[in-house]
Design a protein around this ligand. Sequence first.
Ligand code: C2E
Ligand code: CA
Ligand code: CA
Ligand code: CA
Length: 278
Amino acid sequence: AKQAGRDNFQFFSEDMNARVLARLTIENGLRHALERGEFAIYYQPQVALADARLTGLEALLRWHAADGTVVPPDRFVPIAEESGLIVPIGEWALREACRQARRWRDAGLATVPVALNLSAVQFHRAEIATVLHDALWESGLEPRHIALEVTESTLMDADVAAATLEQLHELGVALAIDDFGTGYSNLGYLKRFPIDRLKIDRSFVRDIVTDPNDAAIVCAVIRLAHTLGLRVVAEGVETVEQLDFLRRQGCDEAQGYLFSPPLPEAAVTALLQDGGFG
Ligand code: C2E
Ligand code: CA
Ligand code: CA
Ligand code: CA
């Protein structure tokens, strides 16, 4: 028993060491990733359910690390947030997306907004309205070409959130609440915030066809949004059955592998030249 206990302990501690090491490796890699040009932005189409028209492009970070691996954002964004590195990385993403949107606009292609994910750290500490203003100014891009997505948990302190959202709104960009339904929700705030869209989290969309609880939640969110004059976007739509359900319930837009995965810039350009999904 004693032997087994020691083995267990060793197994556990080796596992821990491996995880701590992996985390440190990512954090160290992140410190040089910007200067080495290792980030790219992929863009995932957002589509109107009524007529399959393209309504937006969500900018999603991709990190091609020095060792040749592609590290998914779920693995490095939380570490970038804890270390504060998300501030310069997020700023880079914003500038890069503005430059790209300007190129598509100049080519007469995209008139739909590019939506950026703002981390809570950026939202609360990096004079985000000034950063956004400068990025728009430098790229010569009209604000209506940019949208920002913030999660519910970012908006927990409603007074602070309302003030910052108001500044961003005054710049003329569109605002969306991301992963709606997964965070602590004080529904009262929704009325106070100058937001345009709610994005229903993928975890609710996944089983809408088979799970009556998820179906009920999605229907309630769609009705709530419409009552407040907001548009609703469903994330993670993968099947025609999910699409049919969402359409019947009056959901406005969808995003997911059924339409397209996130695409590199060149593929989006080709899609735009083809006239989208219409
Ligand atoms: P998110 O904002 O909820 O983004 C949607 C995620 O769902 C993306 O994962 C997207 O690739 C994935 N997805 C889209 N359609 C489908 C589908 O039909 N099925 C499935 N299974 N997944 C789908 P991704 O690109 O790995 O990003 C993960 C998260 O990382 C994002 O979740 C966002 O929270 C964060 N993130 C990505 N880029 C940035 C960024 O520039 N800044 C910040 N702060 N966070 C970012
Ligand atoms: Ca998002
Ligand atoms: Ca989500
Ligand atoms: Ca998320």
